[in-house]
Design a protein around this ligand. Structure first.
Ligand SMILES: NC(=O)c1ccc[n+]([C@@H]2O[C@H](COP(=O)([O-])OP(=O)(O)OC[C@H]3O[C@@H](n4cnc5c(N)ncnc54)[C@H](OP(=O)(O)O)[C@@H]3O)[C@@H](O)[C@H]2O)c1
Length: 236
């Protein structure tokens, strides 16, 4: 990291955007641009003038706008870390724009290192129980009342991890939206004889914000589209 901070743009200036702004200096970044629903309706803030000199952007906005934001930033050649969830049905469109413009995106439903390690715990449990048909699987996730998508992006990523590990039976998923929970995910396996539970509980949002800033630094030197759970253990 050089002594001169790299210039960071925040797309989305809500709970996560504001926390990333606080932590940015400790990762060698200076926040040079903040876009929100007032100065970026329909992506009007994503201009060459606004992004002149910006080294990287981080998007923690809303599912409805993130894919359009990402396409426009790819056209501007700005590397991007996307933390927003609930938009992966538009991943192909974003990938096409990134590849066409030789730009870069890293996206992740969860930038916490602990959750990314937890994916591996769940994969191992799912693999061990894939052939043990007496075990049924269940998932529970809880978040604060403001979270817009359900099940969470992390829950969907966990379901993918279970499938990839060979667990092909149904997984009953329960979600809760109330209070201030920053994020709880629990996977369980239940049989007549016993229950296995593995869980991750975020204590606050700092793990997400530090992970997003590490992802932003990593993507600055790359080209292409990357999913955070595939690269997190290669970060500094
Ligand atoms: N990957 C991770 O580790 C991680 C961790 C935590 C959260 N998340 C996800 O990150 C997203 C943001 O979470 P949050 O808690 O920060 O939500 P938030 O507090 O609601 O912040 C989102 C902000 O984006 C603004 N926005 C709306 N339209 C915009 C536009 N066109 N351009 C730029 N900004 C716009 C919203 O304004 P309005 O509210 O006025 O619409 C709001 O201020 C969610 O999808 C959440 O699930 C991911």
């Amino acid at each position: 990291m050089s002594d001169i901070p790299d210039k960071l743009a925040l797309v989305g200036y809500g709970r996560m955007g504001r926390l990333i702004e606080q932590l940015a200096p400790s990762h060698g970044f200076a926040v040079a641009l903040r876009l929100d629903e007032f100065n970026n309706p329909d992506g009007v803030g994503l201009t060459p003038e606004n992004f002149d000199g910006i080294n990287v952007a981080v998007d923690f906005s809303i599912p409805e706008v993130v894919a359009d934001n990402a396409v426009r930033l790819a056209e501007l050649g700005v590397p991007l870390a996307i933390g927003t969830t609930g938009w992966l049905d538009q991943l192909d469109r974003v990938r096409e724009a990134v590849e066409r413009n030789d730009s870069a995106v890293v996206y992740g439903a969860n930038f916490s290192i602990g959750v990314n390690a937890f994916y591996r715990v769940v994969e191992a449990a799912s693999k061990a129980l894939a052939a043990q048909r007496e075990y049924d699987a269940f998932m529970y996730e809880a978040h604060h009342k403001y979270k817009k998508d359900a099940p969470s992006g992390t829950a969907l990523r966990l379901l993918d991890a279970m499938r990839e590990a060979g667990y092909s039976r149904p997984v009953d998923v329960a979600t809760q939206r109330s209070g201030q929970f920053p994020g709880i995910h629990e996977i369980g396996f239940d049989s007549e004889a016993d229950t296995i539970r593995v869980s991750h509980a975020a204590r606050n949002r700092s793990g997400f914000a530090h992970g997003a800033l590490k992802a932003a630094r990593w993507i600055m030197d790359r080209k292409g589209v990357f999913e955070f759970s595939r690269i997190w253990d290669r970060l500094d």
